[in-house]
Ligand binder design. Structure first.
Ligand code: SAH
Ligand code: SF4
Length: 381
């Protein structure tokens, strides 16, 4: 705890967060400061390409003059979450970062590296209000939304880790990565599947996506960014109407209103009919398919009759189903489906022409699997 937090100041206007600005916003700020928009582009490159964390780390030059750096230092908030703990999975492919935010709350960000893919699984909230019965984040309840800057900081952290380890490959060198490509590894995929419901924090999440997509910075392709939602129907419609070119995953888990609501309390607010209507609006407006997520729980939602109900529900819609065998959490007694049940479920979907995958279980030994994030640690803060 710092002295500042012990003696609250008389509420000064908070400084905008440097990582919460798009490049266009940086440029507008530069003009407001009587500087050139090209100064904004230069500071953008310092942050997003060179990993500089504050103006003090940046070397002044023609396109980054001292008076611009001084204003940026004085008028913006450069605080970043700090790494409270790093955990590595025994297979070496997953690293979980427990990040401490400025107010002491903790969130988790996961770096997954397998099959040549580098993916950051990022959080959108501290806790979650949606209360899905099998999810550790849901079990902890809602604490607050993350800001744009806190979301961007997670992505930047993972990008920095990859940049820093590219030159000392042995630190991350599993045998299958001991290839020359390893040295050029950079972050390419983001999934909003960490803590929280991204469409409950729509504006901050979309603003952060705008920042990380910028081609002069982290340059993540929109097609490599997935937002997973519990089924916030108005948010799905908004994504469609704003023509956001990112991927959408919808967590279904039950194919009737009753079965779904038993696992996903938010389904009482956004009923299955309303959700499916929003999904159809999305697929027809954008001409894109939707990924439907289905946590497979033994004896609960993994039988052939449920699979047939999913097939009926998704008939005629461009869709893919991602089956996720349940990860165990302290507050829920269910068990993951057996592989044979998962295969049988897939067979029913395949017979109806619906493609599906069974999610690889990654990072389970460090509790970085879906729905297992940050809960014990959050309780400590
Ligand atoms: N709030 C969003 C995104 C975060 S959860 C959502 O619910 O979609 C990401 C995925 O993990 C969701 O599909 C969610 O249902 C799933 N999940 C949560 N807890 C799980 C658990 N214990 N085992 C398997 N999947 C889980
Ligand atoms: Fe929230 Fe998603 Fe967990 Fe449900 S599964 S409680 S929506 S984080």
């Amino acid at each position: 705890m710092s002295a500042d937090s012990a003696a609250p100041a008389p509420n000064p206007a908070p400084r905008p967060a440097a990582l919460g600005l798009t490049r266009a916003e940086w440029r507008a700020l530069a003009v407001e400061w009587d500087c050139s928009p090209r100064h904004a582009d230069s500071i953008w490159a310092e942050i997003y390409l060179r990993g500089r964390r504050a103006p003090a780390d940046m070397t002044a030059h023609d396109l980054l003059p001292p008076r611009f750096l001084a204003r940026a230092a004085a008028e913006l908030d450069w605080t970043r979450p700090t790494v409270a703990r790093e955990t590595r999975s025994s297979d070496g492919f997953t690293r979980k970062y427990l990040l401490a935010l400025a107010d002491g709350h903790r969130i988790e960000t996961v770096l997954m590296r397998y099959q040549g893919r580098t993916t950051a699984c990022v959080s959108s909230q501290v806790g979650c209000a949606m209360g899905c019965v099998f999810c550790a984040t849901g079990q902890m309840g809602y604490v607050r939304h993350l800001t744009t800057a806190e979301i961007v900081a997670q992505v930047l952290h993972v990008a920095d880790v990859l940049r820093d380890t590219a030159s000392d490959a042995p630190a991350l060198a599993e045998p299958s990565h001991a290839s020359p490509h390893h040295r050029h590894e950079r972050l390419r995929n983001i999934v909003f599947m960490g803590m929280g419901e991204p469409l409950h924090n729509y504006d901050a999440v979309m603003h952060a996506i705008d920042v990380v997509r910028d081609s002069a910075g982290l340059a993540l392709a929109a097609q490599k960014i997935s937002v997973s939602t519990v089924g916030v129907a108005p948010g799905i419609r908004r994504l469609a109407d704003e023509r956001r070119p990112i991927h959408l995953a919808v967590s279904l888990h039950g194919a009737t209103q009753e079965e779904r609501a038993a696992l996903v309390p938010a389904a009482r607010k956004w009923k299955l009919d309303e959700l499916m209507a929003a999904c159809r609006h999305y697929t027809t407006t954008l001409g894109r398919r939707i990924f439907f997520e289905w946590t497979l729980i033994e004896g609960q939602n993994d039988g052939p009759e449920q699979a047939r109900a999913v097939a009926a529900l998704l008939q005629g819609m461009p869709a893919q189903v991602n089956l996720i065998p349940l990860n165990l959490t302290g507050g829920y007694g269910g068990a993951p489906s057996r592989p044979a049940a998962a295969r049988a479920f897939q067979d029913v979907l395949a017979a109806a022409g619906i493609p599906s995958t069974v999610r690889q279980r990654r990072g389970i030994d460090i509790a970085a699997g879906c729905g297992q994030l940050a809960v014990a640690e959050a309780a400590l803060s």
